[in-house]
Ligand binder design. Structure first.
Ligand code: ADP
Ligand code: ZN
Length: 720
């Protein structure tokens, strides 16, 4: 039977191999053993019961708590040519009756139901006339009061189970705590102890945490790296959601808000727009995400601190379900911690204790200097067995970024000491920088020897340094007031007995470069994506239901030009090929011809990207390097050209009517958003043929290289 399962995996789903534990779970269900499956979001739980459903003669009933989830699942199955339906209150009486008829006809393999519908007498009567082989309980943690989403009606599922004793029961969830697991097994009376717990490591998520200095600027800078890519930004409060989404909207981003304060209609509409790739970004409170199956979420930003590690994990889990590399950024701020502490302090003693534990685990995670996957996975009781993951900020930062920071540390620590260990980092920095604030004057701190001795760094740099001092345990922080206190280690540093190394970045905006997965052809990807959107809109389906991003990425890497090659692409089974294969084949062939590309075709023979046949001019090759994601600096290093030459190349590239990733140009700029705007306005006003008038107009304050860069952007924008 497992052989048959493997065949279905390939021909129906278009996947080459099982993910960890899928095969074992499928085997267990096929052998009619009650089975509990615990896999992280995106781990591939659905396949575990869908494949047995296709092999069983009778029907698999799937109990699912959310109407949107059900609809999404059924849409995806139907796209794969699998007969399935759902019954719930969202259907019109006529649709409902139609679905019932189809069930009675015996063709349906999977029936999705909300618990309320399941308990209706007429549903039970209907089911009694069908052959029920498996009852799957999706989101099974809803059964437990200890889970984060308890639904009392889930408790009654056992009554239905007892009516159909022959049906095997499969319970699936992403909640890992042992307590919830036991609850599920008990409440559903799962026989035996067939439990499959997959690793909670989501290997394709790039984890990054960076101090929050100017959240909005940092967010925009981050977003510029992902033009046209879907992402979610989580905020703490509705107010923050509204304000951030407004600011992003003003800056021209394609964005909508989502929180419980919006009307149902608005929420639904914004969610749909996001799912259908009509808007790029959703700014949301934690109210957003349950029931979102969108597989091509490329980034999740935590603009504010998440509530605890479990919520954080759930929220970042919404990124990268398609298995492609996705970026999770947390903007970490100590003042957010104060906010959360304030809320915690309002709680009752026991609750307070739990909340405090949660918070400190979160802080430990954020402050860790080692691979982020250690604290993250150990929180879920899992040992990370490699020595590093290679895709988190800590793994990617190298020791060579570290410099001797003993002197700034001494300055900072002694300032903490001299002000009586009663202040937070902000105040200490003000003293170090010689601020004339009335608070400092009142307290006489302008008379201290440490007053004004730290002008060599910016406020941002000091703030970042202070975080590092905390992480290095030179300082500890008073829980209640946030004031900084010296540790023993700090005294060793003050005495000069210990040195300290830190990272002092020029300006530590979000700078980490996350390598993307493939050497795919971005221009082709874009074409394919547009086609996907066009088809999806015609069918009123979310684009990822047609093909996942991973499928399109593979197509634009391997350039399949016939059925044999196409069918090897991830996510492409027989039915999908019949439906859309030709449309995409034609697009790819056309593209190859126009661009003189030699298809690599068979992905099993070569993993190299396609080879351009024509010999290129150097500006052409520079432009392509830039578009492929290389930074100007990287190109300089590789080609040994100077930056000014590279800029000249890029200018020629644009003048030669090539498309350039213009958002990426902005990313290269060291100027603030406002300065960029000013320069661009100046170009509008006096033209960009000659740069010297613009240079003069800004009193020679803006470097020529910057003007060169922005001129290219300006040109690219106006010809795009
Ligand atoms: P979960 O329900 O555990 O969050 P899903 O079942 O929605 O995850 O699966 C996540 C994504 O992974 C889906 O797009 C699914 O089609 C895909 N997937 C599942 N199993 C495999 C597999 N063996 N190979 C490739 N992709 C898979
Ligand atoms: Zn790591």
């Amino acid at each position: 039977m497992i052989k048959q399962a493997r065949q279905i995996l390939e021909t129906t789903f278009g996947y080459k191999s099982f993910r960890p534990l899928q095969e074992e779970v499928i085997d267990s269900i096929l052998n009619k053993k009650d089975t509990l499956v615990i896999m992280p979001t995106g781990g591939g739980k659905s396949l575990c019961y869908q494949i047995p459903a296709l092999i069983f003669d009778g029907i698999t009933v799937v109990v699912s708590p959310l109407i949107s989830l059900m609809k999404d699942q059924v849409e995806q199955l139907v796209e794969l040519g699998i007969e399935s339906v759902f019954l719930n209150s969202s259907l019109t009486p006529q649709q409902y009756a139609e679905n019932v008829e189809r069930l009675k006809s015996g063709k349906i393999k999977l029936l999705y139901l909300a618990p309320e519908t399941l308990f209706l007498e007429r549903t039970i009567a209907l089911l009694k006339n069908l052959s029920i082989e498996c009852i799957t309980v999706d989101e099974a943690h809803c059964i437990s009061e200890w889970g984060h989403d308890f639904r009392p009606e889930y408790r009654k599922i056992i009554e239905v189970r007892e009516i159909f004793p022959k049906a095997v029961c499969a319970a699936v969830t992403a909640t890992a705590t042992p307590r919830v697991q036991r609850d599920i097994q008990d409440s559903l009376k799962l026989s035996g102890n067939n439990k499959f717990v997959a690793s909670f490591d989501r290997e394709n998520l790039y984890l990054e945490i960076t101090p929050k200095t100017n959240g909005v600027d940092q967010t925009m800078k981050f977003l510029r790296k992902y033009p046209n890519q879907s992402g979610i930004i989580y905020c703490f409060s509705r107010k923050q959601v509204d304000s951030l989404s407004m600011q992003l909207d003003d800056a021209g981003y394609s964005v909508r808000p989502y929180h419980a304060g919006l009307s149902d209609k608005e929420r639904h509409e914004n969610q749909e727009l996001f799912i259908k790739d009509d808007i790029q970004i959703i700014v949301a409170t934690i109210a957003f995400g349950m029931g979102i199956n969108k597989s091509n979420v490329r980034f999740v930003i935590h603009f504010d601190l998440p509530k605890n590690i479990e919520s954080y994990y759930q929220e970042i889990g919404r990124a990268g379900r398609d298995g492609l590399r996705s970026h999770c950024l947390l903007l970490f701020s100590y003042s957010d911690i104060q906010k959360i502490r304030y809320f915690i302090n309002q709680k009752e003693a026991k609750e307070k204790q739990i909340a405090e534990r949660h918070l400190s685990a979160l802080i430990d995670y954020a402050e860790t200097g080692i691979c982020r996957r250690f604290p993250l996975l150990s929180y879920f009781g899992e040992n990370f067995t490699k020595d590093k993951c290679g895709i988190c900020d800590n793994c990617n930062s190298t020791d060579k970024d570290l410099v001797d920071a003993t002197i700034p540390a001494q300055k900072f620590l002694s300032c903490v000491k001299r002000t009586g260990e009663m202040f937070g980092a902000g105040y200490i920095i003000d003293v170090l920088m010689g601020s004339g604030s009335s608070r400092i004057i009142e307290k006489g701190h302008d008379k201290l020897s440490t007053y004004g001795i730290g002008k060599e760094y910016t406020k941002k740099q000091w703030l970042n340094l202070s975080h590092q001092f905390l992480q290095l345990h030179l300082l500890s922080q008073n829980n209640e007031y946030g004031s900084l206190i010296l540790t023993e280690k700090a005294y060793d540093i003050l005495k000069g007995e210990l040195t300290v190394n830190c990272k002092i970045k020029e300006d530590f905006e979000v700078r980490t470069v996350m390598k993307t997965d493939a050497n795919y052809d971005a221009q082709l990807f874009d074409l394919l994506r547009r086609k996907r959107k066009e088809i999806a809109d015609k069918l009123s389906l979310p684009p990822y239901v047609i093909f996942s991003d991973k499928t399109l990425t593979e197509m634009s890497t391997y350039l399949p030009v016939n059925k044999k090659e196409m069918i090897r692409i991830h996510g492409l089974g027989e039915i999908k090929f019949q439906k859309y294969g030709h449309v995409f084949l034609n697009l790819i062939m056309d593209y190859c011809e126009k661009n003189n590309l030699k298809p690599v075709g068979d992905k099993s023979y070569s993993s190299k990207p396609p080879i351009k046949i024509v010999k290129k001019k150097s500006f052409q090759s520079t432009g392509e390097k830039f578009n492929s994601g290389m930074s100007i600096r990287d190109i300089c290093l590789e080609t040994k050209y100077k930056k000014s030459t590279i800029l000249r190349h890029l200018l020629d590239f644009v003048n030669d009517n090539n498309l350039i990733d213009h958002e990426k140009l902005l990313e290269e700029s060291e100027l603030s958003m406002q300065q960029i705007k000013n320069v661009l306005n100046k170009f509008d006003e006096i033209g960009s043929e000659r740069l010297s008038p613009v240079y003069e107009a800004f009193n020679q304050k803006i470097e020529y290289n910057e003007l060169h860069l922005l001129r290219i952007y300006h040109l690219a924008k106006s010809t795009a």
